[in-house]
Design a protein around this ligand. Structure first.
Ligand code: PLP
Length: 404
């Protein structure tokens, strides 16, 4: 009898399966609004000019393929921490930061979970509070590590916006020492972020309740086009509230390095000795998981962040991507109105980031896929980057027809 007789069949991941369906669809009209990957105005993947330059520099340096240290590229970890915190906050905190290069944002979230579980020792594994809806992998990553995942209501589907009252009341009733996942910006899938004032209240409540903020920063700089704006909540928690935080950073979206798997897990601790010890635990955990992280993506990022001119070029790239997304958001909104799509669509232009959360029923989502070859997540989240001047009116018109 097979050792694997008891293995259950797990259905494929919905978003990856949707991409496979899209690729297999022969229709020339097909539109992929599923996976959150940036596309240029011709619907093609975009290699950022800053990344192209960085690759050229590495090529000229006769790049080798040696192992990185277990914790990853030291220059990368430092440059990434400076980027997130900003120079003036980074300098005084440098020795209170533990960091470990990770397999993109997902790997950082996983590593943070391993660390938090390890540091609680034999006492009960804490609960992870997860805003709902959320990026579906949050539940998988933390439940696979044995955490109890507690969803809380983040979005009000009637008002089509952040449900701030539910958010605060969930924090107020959470057990002290629980972990709360915070989307640093560009909340996936709703595109609704707290205002700065709301972040202040969230922070104060978390501090009072002794909750641990675990920031998921997968869209830093990609949301507004400006890293400093997008890092507001992270910096506020550290600088003003003086809280310890965990931070999971990804360079997949903001540098278009999806497949290079380049990210970093940071913890800002209260004392230098805690940072030193925490980093040693991260090193031990990393060794048993992946031994050491991949080098190429980290070298690309470091080359950009350590060079003032390349950094400026990257800032331009962020503006290019975020502005194109914003203009497609507006174009979709305008076309929905021109085609008199039933309902109101203001929420679409109030949202920000990579996604639009349309609020369509599962039946409409299915019809759009089956009859119009328009692919989107079941919850009607669309990746706005999949829209371009050639398909945006078709998408709006199709939605309008489905809603008749
Ligand atoms: N967190 C959020 C909210 C995301 O949307 C994503 C990707 O879509 C990730 C984390 C992780 O992405 P990656 O592992 O590709 O960096």
């Amino acid at each position: 009898q097979s050792l694997f007789q008891t293995a259950p069949y797990i259905p494929p991941d919905a978003i990856f399966a949707l991409t496979a369906d899209y690729l297999a669809d022969p229709s020339p009209k097909k539109v992929n609004l599923g996976q959150g990957t940036y596309r240029d105005s011709n619907g093609q993947p975009w290699v950022l000019p800053s990344v192209r330059k960085s690759r050229q520099i590495l090529q000229d340096q006769q790049l080798n393929h040696e192992y990185l240290p277990i914790l990853g590229h030291a220059g990368f970890r430092k440059a990434a921490a400076k980027l997130v915190l900003g120079n003036s906050l980074y300098q005084p905190l440098e020795k209170k930061i533990a960091s470990c290069q990770s397999l993109s944002g997902t790997g950082a979230l996983h590593l943070a979970g391993l660390l938090l579980r390890y540091c609680r020792g034999t006492s009960e594994t804490p609960t992870v509070y997860i805003p709902t809806p959320t990026w579906s992998n949050h539940f998988q990553v933390y439940s696979s590590l044995g955490f109890k995942c507690q969803p809380f209501k983040y979005y009000d589907s009637d008002r089509k916006g952040l449900d701030f009252e539910s958010y605060i009341s969930a924090l107020k009733s959470a057990e002290p020492n629980s972990i709360v996942i915070l989307h640093a910006c560009a909340h996936n899938p709703t595109g609704c972020d707290p205002s700065q004032e709301q972040w202040r209240e969230i922070g104060a409540t978390m501090k009072e309740r002794q909750l641990f903020p675990l920031f998921d920063a997968a869209y830093l700089g990609f949301n507004s086009g400006n890293v400093d704006n997008d890092a507001f909540a992270i910096r506020y928690f550290v600088q003003e509230l003086k809280m310890e935080i965990g931070l999971c950073l990804s360079f997949a979206k903001n540098m278009g390095l999806y497949g290079e798997r380049v990210g970093c897990c940071f913890v800002v601790t209260e004392t230098e000795s805690a940072a030193k010890n925490t980093q040693s635990v991260l090193e031990m955990l990393q060794r048993s998981e992946i031994s050491n992280p991949p080098a190429y993506g980290a070298k690309i990022v470091t080359t950009i962040l350590e060079d003032e001119e390349l950094t400026q070029l990257w800032f331009q790239d962020l503006i290019t991507m975020s502005s194109r997304i914003r203009s497609m958001r507006e174009a979709l909104y305008n076309h929905l109105n021109t085609h008199k799509a039933a309902g109101t669509w203001e929420h679409l232009i109030q949202q920000s980031g990579m996604f639009g959360f349309l609020g369509l029923s599962p039946e409409v989502v299915r019809t759009l896929k089956e009859q119009y070859h328009i692919y989107m997540a079941d919850n009607s989240r669309i990746s706005i980057a999949g829209l371009n001047p050639s398909n945006v009116e078709y998408v709006a018109q199709s939605i309008a027809e489905c809603l008749k």
